[in-house]
Design a protein around this ligand. Structure first.
Ligand code: NAD
Length: 303
C-alpha cells in the first residue's frame, strides 16, 4: 500500500483516484471543489484540506488538472506564493496526467529535478468511460527508470501504457492524438448530420459507417447523436465527458506546437476554429461531441 496524493478530482481525476483507492492504496484527495472531494471520499479516500496537506507523507503525487497554467501555478507557485514542489519530499514520484504544453511539463520537471523529485508527464486517452473502467491509455514522457517506478500505479488506472520518450513527449503524443480526435468528431458529426438531413436513421447510418471504411472511435464508443450510444455524453444532454473548452485547449496546443516546428496542420486549424465558434455560442462546458449541433439544421436538444 502506498500513500498517494491525488489533486484534481474532476470528470477524469475522480474515477482515477477511486481506482487507486480500490486497488488498496491510501489516497489523500484534494480539489478546489468540495463536492469533487466528497465523491472520492465516499469511495474510501481521505479528504485533504489543501494540496500542501495532501502531499504530506505521500510517496506518489498524481495531478489531473485542466490546463498548463493550473499545473505551473500549482507546482511552481504564483504571485509570490510558493509552489507545491516546496512541500513535496525529495524522492517523491509526481505523475501529471493533465493535458498541457510539453514545454510546461519540461519546465516543472526541471524544477522538480533540482529538488530531487521525479516529475513525469502521463496524459491519458480513453474518456471518462475509460477512467471509470480503469482502461485508460497513458502516454508517458519520462526516463525508463521513472516509468518503471510509475508503472504499478498507472496499471491500476489504465490498460495501455506507452513510453513516448523523455519528459514532455507524452504531451506531444497526446496533442497529436487529440488533434486527430477533434478532426474526426467534426467529420463524423458532419456525416451523421448529412444522413439525418436526408431522412436516414442515425443508428442505422452509424452502424453502416462503423462497419465500413469510415469506422472510427466516435462511431464505436462516443456517437455524437443522442440515443445511439446510451452511455455516451450525447445521450445525457452532453453533460460530463470531455468539455468543448478542453478540446479547444488541446487543438490550440496542437497549433502552437505546429507553428513552433513549422508543421502543416490545416485540418487541425480548421477544427480549432469550428470548436472556438461553438464555445463562443455558449457551449464550452458541454461535451465536445455537442459539435454536431453546429453542423445541423435541426440540432438535438442540449443540457
Ligand atoms: P474537469 O474540469 O472535469 O476537472 C478538473 C478539476 O481540477 C476540477 O474539479 C477543478 O476543480 C480542479 N482544479 C483546478 N485547479 C485546481 C487546483 N489548483 N487544485 C486542485 N484542484 C484544481 O476536467 P477533466 O475532464 O477531468 O480533465 C482534466 C484533464 O484531463 C484536462 O487536462 C483534460 O484535457 C484531460 N483529459 C480529459 C478527458 C475527458 O474525457 N474529460 C480525457 C482525456 C484527457
Amino acid at each position: 500500500m502506498t500513500t498517494i496524493a491525488f489533486i484534481g478530482l474532476g470528470n477524469m481525476g475522480a474515477p482515477m483516484a477511486i481506482n487507486l483507492q480500490k486497488a488498496g492504496h491510501d489516497v489523500r484527495a484534494f480539489d478546489l471543489s468540495k463536492e469533487a472531494v466528497a465523491k472520492v471520499v465516499a469511495a474510501g479516500a481521505t479528504a485533504a484540506f489543501s494540496a500542501q496537506d495532501a502531499v504530506q507523507g505521500a510517496k506518489v503525487v498524481v495531478t489531473m488538472l485542466p490546463a498548463s497554467q493550473h499545473v505551473e501555478a500549482l507546482f511552481l507557485g504564483k504571485d509570490g506564493a510558493p509552489g507545491l514542489l516546496a512541500s513535496i519530499a525529495p524522492g517523491t514520484l509526481v505523475i501529471d496526467s493533465s493535458t498541457i504544453a510539453a514545454a510546461t511539463s519540461q519546465k516543472v520537471a526541471k524544477a522538480a529535478d533540482a529538488a530531487g523529485i521525479d516529475f513525469i508527464d502521463a496524459p491519458v486517452s480513453g474518456g471518462t468511460g475509460g477512467a471509470i473502467a480503469g482502461t485508460l491509455t497513458f502516454m508517458v514522457g519520462a526516463t525508463a527508470v521513472q516509468l518503471a517506478r510509475a508503472q504499478p500505479y498507472l496499471e491500476k488506472m489504465g490498460a495501455n501504457i506507452f513510453h513516448a520518450g523523455d519528459v514532455g513527449a507524452g504531451q506531444t503524443a497526446k496533442i497529436c492524438n487529440n488533434m486527430l480526435l477533434g478532426i474526426l468528431m467534426v467529420g463524423t458529426s458532419e456525416a451523421i448530420a448529412l444522413g439525418v438531413a436526408n431522412g436516414l436513421d442515425p443508428k442505422v447510418l452509424s452502424e453502416i459507417m462503423r462497419r465500413s471504411s469510415g469506422g472510427n472511435w466516435a462511431l464505436e464508443k462516443y456517437n455524437p447523436f443522442p440515443g445511439v450510444h446510451e452511455t455516451a455524453p450525447a445521450s445525457k444532454g452532453y453533460a460530463g465527458g470531455f468539455g468543448t473548452d478542453l478540446m479547444l485547449k488541446d487543438l490550440g496546443l496542437a497549433q502552437e506546437n505546429a507553428m513552433a516546428v513549422k508543421a502543416t496542420t490545416p485540418l487541425g486549424g480548421l477544427a480549432r476554429a469550428i470548436y472556438a465558434q461553438h464555445s463562443l455560442g455558449g457551449n464550452g462546458a458541454l461535451d465536445f461531441s455537442s459539435i454536431i449541433a453546429a453542423l445541423q439544421a435541426h440540432p438535438p436538444k442540449q443540457a
